[in-house]
Design a protein around this ligand. Structure first.
Ligand code: LLP
Length: 418
């Protein structure tokens, strides 16, 4: 459910015609719906009501400060994977006591920053990392709170690039070795074991992989408890998939219904790290049709957004719905929707049935709120788009469009050149 709907023949973001935003702020433009963001965040928070929990929004899905602030205001936490994300989360007002830190390659600087900030826990992905965190914490005369990221070897049945919980993946610690790792962690002077973490992949459209993985983890928790290791935080990793096309993923309530009974009588705090399902359908990318080009074999709709602005179609062959901001009664055409970048991979759709497309008119690339702006780049020296948040009849610029000046601000010409 989201709040991008046609009223008559005009696409609205909540109560604002999207065309008005395109004209005011220019294109390409990311537009987010405040009501959708909040609704999706609360769907998780409410679903797990009754069991102690923290919804730690996965910052990598969308790291705009205004969006992070919205969740922080609603008691949300953050799942981070870098010093930059930690900086953003803190700046947006997320309480450090609600921040969990994953990632296979944390640097010393990042570890120090997180320790100084007193985050809730590090989700540790290898023995070497555990040693490193212990050393850094020792030098800082403190103890690092850690969870071990356990790889439960469950197939999430999703795209191979976004599947993470199998033995062949670089993430986490194999479940068979978990007890040994926990024992090793227990012996380290500057490590305090507080939790367990797992994340098996993204865009998961069934409840069963979550349940299967959780059962394995609970079995492990029982063994750990028997050995005197107390697990306070159970971090279930990322959230559910979303409908991009015709998927019918479960909603947080379905997930909770299947998970909470398994946690009955267990005194822990549950952590979830949803990203996509909170912001994905709460954002669109608005783009202008620059040219219609009739090739020998195909028709092309050339738009002013490119793979640098939204790379999911190029990178994963991901499907995003594309609809006109204004519906016209015109014949349908089959066309490739492509950007201006000098790469054949620069497309948003291939041989897609499109209706009412006109040169100079606008299109909305749907479900672009997650892993959209956050994965954007300046390739082809394209300033990145502006971002706008709509709330009812109001709209707010939450990130200014980059300029030619900001593109080159950090570059320097060495003194030996004239
Ligand atoms: N927690 C961890 C440790 C993760 O690695 C991820 C996503 C999440 C949480 C959030 O998962 P979600 O709720 O969004 O499914 N760029 C790809 C997705 C990469 C996901 C990486 N990790 C895409 O555009 O589909």
């Amino acid at each position: 459910m989201h709040f991008f709907k046609y009223k008559g023949n005009e696409l609205f973001a909540e109560d604002v015609p999207v065309r008005k935003l395109a004209e005011k702020y220019g294109t390409p433009l990311y537009v987010y719906s405040h009501a959708t963001l909040l609704r999706h965040f609360k769907a998780y928070d409410d679903a797990f009501d009754g069991y102690p929990h923290i919804i730690c929004f996965a910052v990598k899905a969308n790291s705009n400060l205004a969006i992070l602030r919205l969740f922080a205001e609603n008691n949300g936490g953050a799942d981070i994977v870098s010093g930059g994300e930690l900086f953003r989360a803190l700046k947006a007002g997320v309480s450090p006591k609600r921040i969990v830190y994953a990632g296979v390659g944390k640097t010393d600087d990042e570890i120090r920053f997180a320790l100084r900030s007193k985050i809730l826990m590090f989700n540790v992905e290898s023995e070497a990392e555990l040693q490193r965190i212990n050393e850094v914490a020792g030098k800082m005369k403190t103890k690092a709170p850690v969870a071990l990221r356990i790889n439960p070897d469950i197939d999430p049945q999703t795209h191979p690039y976004i599947s993470t919980g199998l033995k062949k993946h670089k993430f986490g610690i194999p479940i068979e070795d978990a007890i040994e790792y926990y024992r090793a962690a227990n012996r380290l002077k500057n490590i305090s074991i507080v939790g367990i973490h797992k994340h098996i992949g993204s865009q998961i459209t069934k409840v069963s992989p979550f349940v299967d993985a959780l059962k394995r983890i609970l079995f492990l928790i029982d063994e750990l408890n028997a050995q005197g290791v107390n697990i306070k935080y159970l971090d279930m990793g990322g959230g559910l998939g979303i409908p991009y096309k015709d998927e019918e993923p479960p909603v947080p309530k379905d997930l909770a219904k299947n998970i909470l009974p398994l946690l009955n009588g267990r005194k822990m705090t549950l952590i979830m790290e949803p990203g996509r399902s909170i912001v994905g359908n709460a954002g669109i990318l608005v783009t202008k049709t620059l040219y219609l080009k009739q090739g020998h074999e195909k028709e092309f709709i050339i738009v002013d957004a490119g793979m640098n602005d939204l790379m999911r179609p190029s990178l994963y062959g991901a499907y995003h719905g594309i609809i006109p901001l204004k519906r016209y009664r015109r014949a349908n055409t089959f066309a490739d929707v492509v950007g201006p970048i000098c790469e054949s991979g620069d497309f948003f759709a291939k041989e897609r049935e499109m209706t009412g497309v006109r040169q100079g008119e606008y299109l909305a690339v749907m479900s672009a709120g997650a892993y959209g702006f956050s994965m954007s780049s300046n390739y082809n020296s394209r300033p990145r788009p502006a971002e706008v948040m709509v709330k009812g009849r109001k709209h707010f610029l939450i990130r200014e469009r980059e300029t030619y000046k900001t593109l080159t601000d950090n570059e320097k010409i060495p003194g030996f050149m004239k």
